[in-house]
Design a protein around this ligand. Structure first.
Ligand code: PEP
Ligand code: MN
Length: 337
């Protein structure tokens, strides 16, 4: 942090500010340049100290924040890439993780048909929403607990791991014995009580980026989870809202290398919700892998036209099979030493 003192501040006012700062256990360096004094502050790990009240001090012209407001999720805390493990499955590190499944669990037959297909494809993680956060209250809201039992059967029969979205804190307990990864959806990235609650569980969390979240806000949401004791976080870029309207959202590919440069957490993308259109899912999946993503979450359906939710973006089994081979090929070649 850099504090620029006003040109008319007196020596005693400057000393007073330094005295206040000294009570915060931070390192301060003072530079006097022409008529102004500048204080450079090195808070190290002391990011919890909020000294923004100094903005009100008449002797201060400007405070410039140079430090990131989070620490646990950064490479300063841990330089090595985090790898999230689920038995023999590794997410992050030297792996391309594929998560696939329907937008919503619609029936026992539907989820089993998809689970058996994914098993055959050697995809290890099955997605399927049971509590659906739909923009319109008139749209299908998910099968709820009935859907959970269908997911359980599909997982028991195929050995696939299950990820599903948790919408509210009270649902965490109900899902605990059945699912393997809790998904925090885009609408809930700012739901701090929910973030804290999943932070107190011992399961991995897939944290989607909110529709309009900056990278700092997204990483702060991850920091909330980690601060509660759960370090197993997978970030998921699923498209943000911009002035573009040619697709449902804008997949922020730039987030991938940037996040990788400052954070040790794995990052995957969700090109299905980003595009809203099955035709564009392959290109953005390939772009994600090329940009360094650790994996993808893709919506599929045995008969996309019949999908109750997000029908327009679901890949058919044959389209998914083709895309999967291409992504594996791309990943291997990009990472060739
Ligand atoms: C989903 O993955 O089912 C979903 C609702 O996604 P998002 O939170 O990204 O809209
Ligand atoms: Mn969906």
């Amino acid at each position: 942090m850099i504090i620029i003192l006003s040109a008319d501040s007196s020596e005693s006012e400057i000393k007073e500010i330094i005295n206040i700062l000294n009570t915060y256990d931070i390192n301060i360096q003072r530079f006097d340049y022409r008529e102004k004094s500048i204080l450079i502050i090195f808070p190290d790990k002391n990011i919890k100290k909020d000294i923004s009240f100094l903005n009100r001090n008449k002797s201060i012209e400007k405070i410039i924040n140079t430090e990131k407001p989070y620490y646990l999720v950064t490479r300063k805390n841990k330089n090595k890439n985090s790898v999230i493990t689920l038995n023999d499955i590794n997410i992050g590190g030297d792996n391309l993780s594929l998560i696939a499944g329907p937008c919503s669990v619609e029936s026992k037959n539907q989820i089993k048909e998809i689970a058996y297909f994914l098993k055959e494809q050697n995809v290890k993680i099955l997605r399927g929403g049971i509590f659906k956060p739909r923009t319109s209250p008139y749209n299908f809201q998910g099968l709820g607990m009935k859907g959970l039992h269908y997911l359980k059967e599909a997982s028991e029969e195929t050995g696939l791991k299950i990820i599903t979205e948790v919408l509210q804190t009270e649902e965490i307990e109900n899902l605990k014995d059945i699912i393997d990864i809790y998904q925090i959806g885009t609408r809930n990235m700012y739901n701090y009580p929910l973030l804290k609650a999943v932070g107190r569980t011992d399961k991995p969390i897939l944290l989607k980026r909110a529709l309009s979240a900056t990278i700092d806000e997204w990483l702060l949401a991850a920091e909330y989870i980690m601060l509660e004791g759960n370090p197993n976080i997978i970030l998921c870029e699923r498209g943000i809202r911009t002035f573009n309207n040619h697709m449902r959202n804008t997949l922020d590919i730039s987030a991938i290398p940037y996040i990788k440069s400052i954070s040790h957490l794995p990052i995957i993308t969700d090109p299905s919700h980003a595009t809203g259109n099955y035709k564009f899912v392959p290109s953005l999946s390939k772009a994600s892998v090329a940009a360094g993503a650790d994996g993808l979450m893709i919506e599929i359906h045995p008969r996309p036209d019949e999908s109750i939710s997000d029908s327009g973006q679901a890949l058919s089994f044959s389209d998914f099979t083709k895309l999967k081979s291409m992504l594996i090929f791309l990943y291997k070649n990009i990472n060739k030493k």
